[in-house]
Design a protein around this ligand. Structure first.
Ligand SMILES: Cc1cc2nc3c(=O)[nH]c(=O)nc-3n(C[C@H](O)[C@H](O)[C@H](O)COP(=O)(O)O)c2cc1C
Length: 332
C-alpha cells in the first residue's frame, strides 16, 4: 500500500535540538569521509555530514592522531562525530572528549561495522546483535554528550537468522537516542547483496507508532538521485545517507535535491567534476601534507573520473601521481 505523504520529499529535519535544513546526508565512510571530502560535500549541497568511525578506545587514551579525525571543516555548519566501542565506560569517556574538543552538532554511535576485529570487542554490529549492551552504551553516551543529541546507526542484524534491528532500535531510543539510521544489511552480508529497504518501511512504522518518535534515516544502495527519491517515497524515512554513491560524486546531493524539488536535474559537467577533485586534494594537502594526500587521492580520483571519456587510461596515470602538480598537469 502506498503511503500518503504530507511533507515534500526534500524537507528540514530535527534531531533533538538540532535543526537541519535538508534531509540528504553524507554517511560515515572510513577512509573517505575526512573533513576535506566532507567540505566538498557541503559545497555540493549535503545537509549533514558524518565523520568516519573513530575509536573510542584511542580517543580515551589521548591519541592525537585519532583526535584529528574529528575536526570540523571550515564550511561544515552541522556535522556528527561517529564513535565506536563496546564498553559503556570507554564510550562515555570518548563522548565527553568529543563534546569538549570537537564540539560537533551531535555524536553518532556505530552499531553496524562488520569488521571482525571490531565486532570481537563487542563494538560495531556486535551492538546491533546485543540490544541490552546497546542500551547501556547508548545511555552512557547520551549522558556524557548532553546537551548534544546522540544518534545510533545499526544494521539489520548479525545474519539472516538473527535480525535484531527492531530490538536494537527500540533499545537505543529507550536509552535516549535522538535518531536511528538503519543500514538494512546483516553483518554477514557486509556490503554485498541488496539492502532490504522493506525493513526501513517497517522501522519507520514501528517508530512512528511509539510516543516520543524520533527520525529514521535510511542507508543502503543509494547510488543515484533516483535511488534516493525511491527510498524516500517507498520507505517513508525522514532522510537518506549517501555512502558509496557519493564517492567521486559529491554532486549527488545537489542533483538529488533538484530531482526532489523539480523532477529533473542537469547532467554532470566533467570540468566541474575534476575541479571538485582538485579542491579536495588541496584541502587534504593542508591537513595531511602533500605526499600523503597525493597517495590517498589516487583511489578517490579514480572515482571522480568514472564516466569520463578515456577513464581507463586516466586511471592508469592517476595511480602514479606523487605531487599536486602531477595531478594538475594530468587533469588540465
Ligand atoms: C569503505 C566503506 C567504509 C565505511 N565506513 C563506515 C563507518 O566508518 N561507519 C559507518 O557507520 N558505516 C560505514 N560504512 C557503511 C556506510 O555508511 C553505509 O551504511 C553502507 O555503505 C551502505 O550504503 P551504500 O550501499 O549506499 O554504500 C562504510 C562503507 C564503506 C563501503
Amino acid at each position: 500500500m502506498t503511503e500518503i505523504r504530507t511533507k515534500p520529499l526534500y524537507h528540514s529535519v530535527r534531531i533533538g535540538k538540532v535543526e537541519l535544513e535538508g534531509n540528504l546526508f553524507l554517511a560515515p565512510v572510513a577512509g573517505y569521509s575526512d573533513r576535506a571530502f566532507r567540505s566538498i560535500c557541503w559545497d555540493k549541497g549535503a545537509s549533514f555530514t558524518y565523520t568516519e568511525m573513530i575509536s573510542a578506545e584511542a580517543l580515551s587514551r589521548g591519541s592525537e592522531k585519532t583526535a584529528l579525525l574529528m575536526r570540523r571543516a571550515h564550511n561544515e555548519t552541522a556535522y556528527g562525530v561517529q564513535i565506536f566501542g563496546g564498553s559503556p565506560g570507554v564510550m562515555e569517556q570518548a563522548a565527553r572528549i568529543v563534546r569538549e574538543q570537537a564540539k560537533p552538532s551531535l555524536i553518532d554511535i556505530n552499531a553496524g561495522c562488520p569488521v571482525p576485529k571490531i565486532v570481537k570487542s563487542g563494538a560495531g554490529s556486535g551492538l546491533t546483535r546485543d540490544p541490552e549492551t546497546l542500551f547501556t552504551v547508548t545511555r552512557a553516551v547520551v549522558q556524557a554528550a548532553s546537551p548534544l543529541p546522540v544518534t545510533v546507526k545499526i544494521r539489520s542484524g548479525w545474519d539472516a537468522a538473527n535480525l535484531t534491528w527492531k530490538e536494537a532500535a527500540l533499545a537505543a531510543i529507550e536509552a535516549g537516542a535522538a535518531a536511528i539510521t538503519l543500514h538494512p544489511r546483516t553483518r554477514a552480508q557486509g556490503y554485498e547483496g541488496k539492502a532490504d529497504w522493506h525493513l526501513l518501511t517497517e522501522l519507520t512504522r514501528v517508530i512512528r507508532d511509539k510516543s516520543g518518535a524520533v527520525p529514521v534515516f535510511g542507508s543502503g544502495d543509494v547510488f543515484s538521485p533516483e535511488a534516493a527519491k525511491a527510498m524516500l517515497e517507498q520507505t517513508g524515512v525522514d532522510g537518506v545517507l549517501f555512502a558509496r554513491g557519493a564517492l567521486g560524486n559529491p554532486f549527488i546531493f545537489r542533483d538529488t535535491r533538484e530531482l526532489l524539488e523539480t523532477g529533473a536535474y542537469a547532467p554532470m559537467d566533467s570540468a566541474e567534476q575534476i575541479a571538485a577533485g582538485l579542491k579536495e586534494l588541496t584541502l587534504l594537502i593542508a591537513d595531511t601534507g602533500e605526499r600523503r594526500a597525493c597517495r590517498e587521492m589516487r583511489k578517490r580520483f579514480c572515482a571522480y573520473v568514472k564516466g569520463l571519456p578515456d577513464a581507463a587510461s586516466l586511471r592508469n596515470a592517476l595511480v602514479a601521481c606523487e605531487t599536486e602538480s602531477d595531478y594538475r598537469k594530468l587533469l588540465k
